[in-house]
Unconditional design. Structure first.
Length: 392
């Protein structure tokens, strides 16, 4: 069995290095003209940025675990061109300043590429600095539209906020037959606002009436008054683009307020069932959200990943883990195709990506954003099931 250092058991660690060798990074090979091999004892240093502590640590741990899993597999298979990867994972605590400082530390340690960051605000801050360095960067889960606009060196494995907002509006109109929809979002979250705006625009484009477009503060926990106001407009469905902790509260309160229609959301809903007590699981019924993959997909690539992740970490993988895993392999393939650790060569190879992974077939458009399908997940009696896949 592959040797693993579980990230779940190492939250207090500032850095995790996965390598059996010491020595300098292979960035020296790039400086010497992009040679395809390194001297014995060398490694290819790759950085990973993730919030391993703090409010969004569950997301960061999932990504870091999966990247670690992929790197361990790659090294067990001989590394990249016979050279092992040295993975340096730093905890940025979900903070933009910490993220930039951690990125600079990775640069000082000689990484040739970065996987990260995880959430949108720190990711954008890092992308802007990485663009100035022409550092190859791939974020598994940073969904804000501006991230890949930082520079041609920045790529993402996940679809972005406006994309999934549009997809969910299309799903509401074409698959659920909605004619009237309402939106409620967190006005302190770029993620929530981005999805809300895109959903509203696409809903109107599809001929639906947006009966309400209401916001709440990030710290709110009682949504009864707002929900009653929205329900009074008689929407067929309510779109709530927020993260699972807040969503579980809203679902419960919406059902208590008498709304039994479809509740819709984005990939932040992944994990809702884990936050609901068993006697409250039914409040999620008739809930649908866009996701990067479905755990009920029978594709062998998905099945093998889920089984391997569960065996290693004794916890079920989520979409963040799946995206982290795919990101590591996409970067590995790019370095392999580049034939060197030269930054521009890696960037060019990333742009030419053709990869079949856990989250589907992935290519990148001219902005570094993925062209891929979306899995619409439905909650049914305490389970999350694949409802359909939609290709943009």
């Amino acid at each position: 069995m592959k040797k693993f250092i579980a990230m779940m058991a190492a939250l207090s660690m500032v850095a995790v290095m996965m390598t059996g060798c010491g020595g300098s990074s292979s960035s020296s090979a790039a400086a010497d003209g992009g040679e395809n091999s390194t001297a014995a004892g060398d490694t290819i240093k790759i950085g990973c940025l993730a919030p391993l502590t703090g409010e969004v640590s569950s997301y960061g741990i999932a990504v870091a675990n999966a990247v670690q899993m992929a790197v361990d597999e790659i090294n067990a298979a001989g590394g990249i061109g016979g050279t092992p990867i040295e993975l340096i994972t730093l905890d940025e605590k979900g903070d933009t300043t910490e993220a930039v400082n951690a990125y600079n530390s990775l640069v000082d340690q000689g990484v040739v590429a970065v996987i990260g960051d995880v959430t949108s605000k720190p990711c954008l801050a890092v992308a802007e600095v990485a663009a100035m360095d022409n550092m190859p960067m791939i974020t598994a889960t940073g969904t804000a539209a501006d991230i890949t606009q930082a520079g041609p060196n920045v790529f993402r494995t996940c679809f972005m906020d406006p994309f999934q907002g549009r997809i969910m509006a299309t799903f509401a109109a074409d698959e659920l037959g909605c004619q009237k929809v309402a939106v409620m979002y967190d006005n302190g979250s770029d993620y929530s606002q981005g999805l809300a705006d895109a959903f509203q625009a696409q809903a109107e484009e599809k001929g639906m009436t947006v009966t309400a477009f209401e916001s709440y503060a990030s710290g709110d926990t009682d949504f009864t008054t707002l929900l009653n106001k929205i329900i009074a407009t008689e929407p067929d469905a309510i779109f709530v683009p927020d993260y699972y902790g807040k969503v579980s509260l809203i679902l419960d309160q919406a059902r208590s307020a008498g709304f039994d229609g479809p509740m819709l959301g984005g990939d932040g809903w992944d994990g809702v069932l884990s936050t609901l007590p068993e006697d409250k699981l039914s409040v999620a019924n008739n809930g649908y959200f866009s996701n990067h993959y479905s755990a009920t997909d029978t594709d062998p690539v998905v099945v093998n990943f889920l089984e391997g992740y569960k065996e290693l970490f004794d916890i079920d993988a989520n979409a963040f883990a799946a995206l982290g895993y795919d990101s590591a392999y996409i970067l590995k393939n790019a370095i392999e195709a580049a034939g060197s650790t030269d930054a521009q060569a890696i960037i060019d190879a990333l742009a030419a990506t053709e990869y079949d992974g856990v989250t589907g077939h992935i290519t990148f458009d001219e902005n570094g954003d993925p062209i891929k399908s979306v899995a619409i997940t439905q909650f049914v009696d305490g389970t999350a099931q694949l409802a359909t896949k939609i290709t943009a």
